[in-house]
Design a protein around this ligand. Structure first.
Ligand code: IPM
Ligand code: MG
Length: 356
């Protein structure tokens, strides 16, 4: 197969982990005789430095025309001024919106040999295999109005949480279809006891559920869901939730796997290329040191093979390679305990490539 991949390394550890994923992807290309071409662009803070905007039209067009987009991370202290007009994260949000990737899949399945790396007791992690479906192009991340207004003697800032029934319906359908290939359970997470947008969410998800009588639906309030994720994480199969709730709950859920450096994601729309990025950020504290855990990025690339290129065998090969690297005791710094030697990014990548 021939495929055109856009690479958006971004900021901080983004280029380090994306470089690692590209090496693994090349190993897959050689083994399975595929031809991938790469087109590299700036996004986030580095794009602001180069052009004054976090995502240029040219970069967005290149992404739209590609077969899949791999993104490292955006942001960093250099661009963190809260009064700045342009912010690195705007580039990421504009890209998600521009690609129409309304559903963000974040699978959480702890590796059996990493149970020690999680702060939870191992028996709580037994059987954990969940995927969060996070709505990605609506909700409070995009709602209008958003503004700061001067007040007599002060200042007011407004964000708006808004959902249409159609925005809820399309992501709900995706979650129910996904559940059918798994344990057939959807947990819809909202704050319907307080928020009007959550009441519409709950009502719409319930309607959609009528078309999937074989899938069990449960509604959970987001505060309770945060608790259940720690108390009984194995009870979740597909967790469907709004943009900001999903952002928060997936950082929490990543801890179940021992490190947020392990967690991949796939952002999918109705059509067009998907966007694949680890859930972690740019990690400015370790950027440039070559010690970042590349697994979240490599597993995101595997999701691209699966969802954008329909290369299921190749996707599984990459996932098995990561599993094998961990099973044979290889650890990056975020995963190693005091008795274990930590591999740097390149060494860990080499171990994974050798399994392909
Ligand atoms: C994520 C990140 C982003 C988000 C930031 C970088 C804008 O936290 O993908 O989870 O909030 O969506
Ligand atoms: Mg986040």
């Amino acid at each position: 197969m021939k495929a055109k991949i856009v690479l958006l390394p971004g900021d901080g550890i983004g280029p380090e982990v994306l470089g690692a994923a590209q090496k693994v992807l090349e190993a897959v290309a050689v083994k399975y005789d595929h031809q991938f071409t790469y087109d590299k662009h700036l996004i986030g803070g580095c794009a602001m430095d180069a052009s004054g905007t976090a995502l240029t039209d040219e970069t967005l067009s290149a992404c739209i025309e590609s077969d899949g987009v791999l993104l490292g991370a955006v942001g960093g202290p250099k661009w963190d001024d809260p009064t700045a007009k342009v912010r690195p994260e705007q580039g990421l949000l504009a890209l998600r919106k521009g690609l129409g990737t309304f559903a963000n899949l974040r699978p959480v399945k702890p590796h059996p040999d990493l149970l020690d790396a999680s702060p939870l007791r191992p028996e709580r992690l037994d059987g954990v295999d969940l995927v969060v479906v996070r709505e990605l192009t609506g909700g409070i991340y995009f709602g209008e109005p958003r503004a700061r207004k001067p007040l007599a003697g002060g200042i007011q800032a407004v964000d708006t949480m808004s959902y249409t029934d159609e925005e809820i319906r399309r992501v709900a359908h995706l979650a129910f279809k996904l559940a059918r290939g798994r344990r057939s359970k959807v947990n819809s997470v909202d704050k319907a006891n307080v928020l009007e947008s959550s009441r519409l969410w709950r009502q719409t998800v319930t309607e959609v559920a009528g078309e999937y009588p074989d899938v069990e639906l449960e509604h959970t309030l987001v505060d309770a869901a945060a608790m259940f994720l720690i108390q009984r994480p194995a009870s979740f199969d597909v967790m469907l939730t709004a943009n900001m709730f999903g952002d928060i709950l997936t950082d929490e859920a990543s801890v179940l796997t021992g490190s947020m450096g392990n967690l991949p994601s796939a952002s999918l729309g109705e059509s067009g290329p998907g966007l694949y990025e680890p859930i972690h950020g740019s990690a400015p504290d370790i950027a440039g040191q070559g010690v970042a855990n590349p697994i979240g990025m490599i597993l995101s690339m595997a999701m691209m093979l699966r969802y954008s290129l329909s290369l299921e065998d190749e996707a599984q090969q990459v996932e098995n390679a990561v599993d094998a690297a961990l099973s044979s005791g290889h650890r990056t710094r975020d995963l190693a305990n005091a008795a274990e030697t930590a591999l740097n990014t390149q060494e860990m990548t080499r171990v994974i490539v050798d399994q392909i």
